[in-house]
Design a protein around this ligand. Structure first.
Ligand code: FAD
Length: 380
């Protein structure tokens, strides 16, 4: 078995000055946002709020200036994300583009394309969705059947994507589709990524309501959708390798353990310090958050050094989901018989109860992450 150590990382003083700045901004910008809406955390979306963050330089923070970025460090970005998540800010509109689509385009998109689109992401004007999952391809992306056929100076795409978060408000999708045959011995070959303008004729977005009754994800169908050659991102057939790099970004952020902070804050608010049962249980949770934060900061430190954080990121996501999924039960055990119906604690408990089951599915299931961890530790 290989040992895994996550280097401790402490934030330089400049980060704390930035934290103060972000908190002051949020105190003003979020003053009228009720606790109920803060529960949604990064599932909540507000295009105006995203534009305001863009104006502040808090999207595309680490990107080069020629792409509209701000050339700040991964640790500075971490502090901004941490504060936004802790406040339950409605960051969902630009989250995917900032986290993974922008970096993907800068690395793989043609030079005709990336400088046109990436600066608009950094300004908080352009939003992205991820078109990976299909009805029969979730964990096993090699089963993807949506297909792009070469036609003249472009490609024609047919097929169907599901669970596409934010497709109804996104301007673009990064779609993983099959361009080669799937008869080769290696099923991961022959996949390619495309930039899809969501206004392209032949593309249909239909809502799928989640168990909260919210419209977050969608079904997206491609019916003879034509895209010019420049929309092929990276090399044809290299989609699997490119997606591997993208998923490392997707799994490495603090959102993987800070998705229901509003419930934690509500519980701390309502807790009776003289009640030893509450003090012990909440102290334990806060200690778990402290540990997760150290691990998550270590991942940010790896990103800052240019290391690949895929293995520790999988660990933080897995453990973060475990801690957050235990929160509603804890809240019911500690406050269930006393919670006032309709109170902010009641709302946070209801929201978390219905949303946490998805935390060990979205962005890679628990079993898939544990497979990555086992492989990384030479256990498999
Ligand atoms: C809130 C939410 C938002 C999402 N947003 C998006 C999005 O924006 N874009 C997108 O493309 N997708 C999105 N997804 C889809 C998500 O990525 C998939 O649900 C996930 O990858 C699992 O795929 P699946 O649902 O097909 O389940 P399956 O892959 O069919 O898995 C079913 C069960 O079998 C287990 N399993 C599967 N394979 C293995 C294995 N090899 N070993 C052990 N166990 C295994 C899984 O862990 C799971 O428990 C979202 C999902 C959720 C819940």
């Amino acid at each position: 078995m290989r040992a895994l150590s996550i280097e401790p990382c402490s934030l330089p003083p400049a980060c704390e000055a930035l934290r103060t700045e972000v908190r002051a901004f949020l105190a003003e910008a979020m003053a009228d946002v009720p606790p109920e809406r803060r529960n949604r955390n990064w599932s909540g979306a507000d295009a105006d709020f995203s534009r305001r963050l863009g104006e502040r330089g808090w999207i595309g923070m680490t990107w080069p200036r020629r792409y509209g970025g701000h050339e700040r460090s991964a640790l500075e970005r971490y502090v901004v994300l941490e504060e936004l998540l802790a406040a339950g800010a409605p960051v969902g509109a630009h989250w995917v583009a900032d986290r993974q689509s922008g970096p993907l385009l800068m690395r793989f998109a043609p030079e005709t394309l990336a400088p046109r689109i990436v600066p608009r992401i950094a300004r908080g004007e352009v939003f992205f969705c991820i078109g990976m999952s299909e009805p029969d391809a979730g964990s096993d992306l090699a089963s993807i059947r949506t297909r792009a056929e070469k036609k003249g100076d472009g490609w024609v795409i047919n097929g169907r994507k599901v669970w596409t978060s934010g497709a109804h408000r996104a301007h673009y999708m990064i779609a993983l589709v099959r361009t080669g045959t799937d008869r080769s011995a290696d099923r991961h070959q022959g996949l390619s990524q495309f930039l899809v303008d969501m206004r392209t004729p032949g593309l249909t977005v239909r809502p799928i309501l989640n168990q909260l009754g919210d419209h977050d994800f969608n079904e997206v169908t491609f019916d003879d959708v034509w895209l010019p050659d420049e929309c092929l991102i990276g090399a044809e057939g290299q989609g699997w390798q490119q997606v591997g790099a993208e998923l490392a970004f997707e799994r490495s952020g603090p959102e993987r353990y800070l998705s229901c902070t509003q419930l934690l804050l509500e519980m701390l608010d309502q807790a009776d310090a003289a009640d030893p049962r509450q003090a012990e249980a909440l102290g334990r949770v806060v200690a778990q958050y402290g540990t997760l934060r150290q691990m998550s900061l270590g991942v940010a430190g790896m990103l800052a050094r240019g290391d690949n954080p895929a293995l520790p990121a999988a660990l933080v996501k897995d453990q973060g989901a475990l801690v957050e999924q235990a929160m509603p039960d804890l809240a019911h055990a500690l406050f269930g018989d006393r919670v006032h119906p309709g109170s902010t604690l009641d709302q946070a408990m209801r929201y978390a109860t219905l949303s946490v089951p998805s935390f060990s599915l979205r962005g890679g299931t628990r079993e898939i992450l544990r497979g990555i961890i086992a492989k990384g530790l030479d256990l498999k």
